[in-house]
Design a protein around this ligand. Structure first.
Ligand code: PSV
Ligand code: MN
Length: 430
């Protein structure tokens, strides 16, 4: 890779020191899996082919409503964000694309930005629009909503911004627009619940009409925040209805943090797939709400169950099944590069575990109503430590056996702390 940010020699010596032990662990796991009828190399190949996009906004330190505590050397512009995402890709090898957010990542020359990313070994994933914040100089405010606003001028501005995002995405080589609106209400009676959705649908149809033929529009639902009484696209039901009304290029995006507590997200995944509307994911984890914590840090089992449904979906594909996998997290207390490395590994690991489920045994137990054996089919896969598969796949692709340690040893952040301008104080991101 021409413009890789870290020294390939350093990664090589990191790997050389670990290769013997890793090979031993890989071979031992290979024998254990072979006894279960699973070929470890085939799983490694699937793992190597899997990828998830990193969010440009996740490369800076996030914050809460109360404060943001920046770290020295964190990126302050899209160019530095790309560099950090390239570090994640170089070491982890599972994140070859970044998902940009506009206008946060605005530049004057998108062709040059695409080349800059390619030099770093990166491409662009779905573009995200932002009609949940006002921007300097913008004629209309989003204080009363955007695509669902009562004011036609506000709606037109929000539509135009989304169309601008599509045009930018075309220059960057993206193939999807992710639309999340913060529209909603805090008071009963504040808005007509039906009419708000009508206005949203009408505006979303204008954006849909501007999609290039091979693009998808990903509708992201969210139960609450910033609106706390009602949200226009609050749940997967509203999302799928909107996607069905808009047309075949509109699909639903599941952000793992955007549901009521205890909701069965894997079932939502299965339902959306059943109707050919599963478009993508924003991976993260949560303890209480939309916490945007690192993927798999709180509930790795849920992540596994989501991937179990995705592997089932791969086996019985519906119309255009090709979900856009993206991370959407806010890294408030860690180095964002480390969090993205750890999250990508958790996501790929959940996929690997889902791949080694004995599906024949699972389906037979389901057909026979043998609850315990069905559960055991999942349990056996879930408790398998797939770390050697992930490490071997990474190493073979030029990444690091232990990415976080390799990253620490690289001294990247310390170097950037000397070069980059400090981040100002302020509140966090949404
Ligand atoms: C909203 O909470 C959200 O999940 C949407 O995906 C936004 O684009 C992103 O977070 C902004 O941080
Ligand atoms: Mn999201």
């Amino acid at each position: 890779m021409a413009g890789a940010p870290l020294s390939a020699d350093q990664i090589e010596s990191h790997n050389a020191a670990r290769l013997e032990a890793l090979q031993d662990e890989y071979d031992s796991l290979g024998r254990a899996l072979a006894r279960r009828g699973v070929a470890i190399d085939a799983i490694k190949a699937r793992v190597g082919a899997f990828s998830v996009a990193t969010p440009t906004w996740g490369s800076g330190r996030g914050g809460t409503r109360f404060a943001k505590f920046p770290i020295p050397g964190e990126p302050t512009n899209i160019h530095e964000k790309l560099e950090d995402c390239a570090v994640v890709q170089q070491l982890g090898r599972a994140t070859p694309r970044v998902s940009p957010h506009f206008p946060w990542d605005h530049v004057s020359d998108y062709k040059a930005l695409r080349e800059e990313a390619a030099e770093l070994g990166l491409g662009f994933d779905a573009v995200n629009s932002n009609t949940f914040q006002d921007q300097p100089g913008q004629p209309h405010s989003y204080r009363n909503g955007s695509l669902s606003a009562t004011d036609a001028g506000v709606r037109a501005q929000a539509v135009e911004h989304n169309i601008d995002c599509i045009r930018i995405g075309e220059e960057l080589g993206s193939k999807a627009l992710t639309v999340w609106v913060g529209d909603g209400t805090n008071f009963p009676g504040q808005q007509d619940l039906g009419a708000s959705l009508d206005r949203y649908l009408e505006a979303a149809a204008e954006i849909y009409a501007a999609l290039p033929g091979d693009w998808r529009m990903l509708l992201e639902h969210k139960m609450y925040e910033p609106a706390f009484y009602s949200t226009v696209i609050s749940d997967w039901g509203s999302s799928i209805l909107a996607a069905q009304q808009l047309g075949p290029k509109a699909k639903c995006l599941v952000d793992l943090g955007h549901h009521a507590p205890n909701v069965n997200i894997e079932q939502i995944v299965a339902r959306l797939h059943r109707f050919g509307k599963l478009g993508g994911f924003h991976f993260n984890d949560s303890k209480y709400g939309d916490d945007d914590l690192d993927s798999g840090s709180i509930n790795p089992h849920q992540l596994f169950l989501v991937f179990n449904e995705l592997v089932e979906a791969e086996l019985s594909p519906r119309d255009g099944f090709d979900p856009a996998y993206m991370i959407d997290q806010s890294h408030n207390v860690t180095d964002p590069i480390e969090s993205m490395l750890s999250s990508a590994e958790a996501i790929v690991g959940a996929y690997a575990k889902a791949l080694i489920v004995d599906r024949e045994a699972l389906h037979a137990a389901q057909a026979a109503n043998d609850t315990m054996l069905a559960f055991q089919a999942l349990r056996q896969a879930y408790r398998t430590d797939v770390t050697p598969i992930l490490a071997m796949a990474r190493m073979e692709a030029g990444g690091a056996a232990e990415p976080i340690f390799a990253y620490r040893d690289s001294g990247w952040r310390e170097r950037k702390a000397q070069e980059r301008r400090p981040v100002g104080l302020g509140a966090g991101i949404v």
